[in-house]
Design a protein around this ligand. Structure first.
Ligand code: SME
Length: 161
């Protein structure tokens, strides 16, 4: 299976998000290896979504969130469940959007370029087993379209990871 994510430059955000979901749908049907899936999904997100500086997975391992496949600068490898935006999304079991990370006292800064963040929990049998974390270098980056798209994307991939 080959993917062509190039040529998105002229697409608006709605078309880009639709393409992203299409690619992910094809990918989860085509590949069953979890590591390969998470790797390509983080790359799909990064290449289709405008204005991100980091996109990737953290997975629950022995009471911590451990870094999974991602795109962006090297990041914190382990996150506590007691501090940060990822931990909040994990504990609240809800999509967590922070429009200005400087206003979120417990934000964990892995990349100093990040200004806003969207974290989507991943569920198996009603329990959160990891999160998808997106960072942007712009404040207020994540709007209704992104929240809706990444919620759909998480529901689409969580049973395969
Ligand atoms: N900012 C996150 C930590 C992970 S990095 O953004 C990749 C947090 O506060 O949980």
């Amino acid at each position: 299976m080959t993917f062509t994510l190039r040529g998105m430059d002229n697409m608006d955000d709605k078309a880009r998000m639709a393409e992203l979901l299409n690619f992910v749908k094809i990918q989860v049907e085509d590949e069953k290896d979890k590591l390969a899936l998470m790797s390509n999904i983080s790359a799909f997100i990064m290449s289709s979504t405008r204005n991100l500086n980091w996109a990737g997975f953290y997975l629950l391992r022995n009471g911590e969130l451990v870094l999974g496949p991602f795109q962006g600068l090297p990041a914190c490898t382990r996150l506590t469940l007691y501090k940060g935006v990822c931990a909040k999304a994990f504990n609240d079991k809800k999509i967590t959007k922070v429009d200005d990370i400087h206003e979120f006292a417990e934000h964990i800064a892995c990349d100093s370029a990040s200004e806003s963040e969207l974290v989507i929990p991943l569920f198996r049998d009603g329990k959160v087993y990891g999160v998808l974390d997106l960072d942007s270098p712009s404040k207020n980056r994540f709007n209704h379209l992104e929240v809706e798209t990444f919620d759909k994307l998480a529901r689409l991939i969580e049973k395969y990871l």
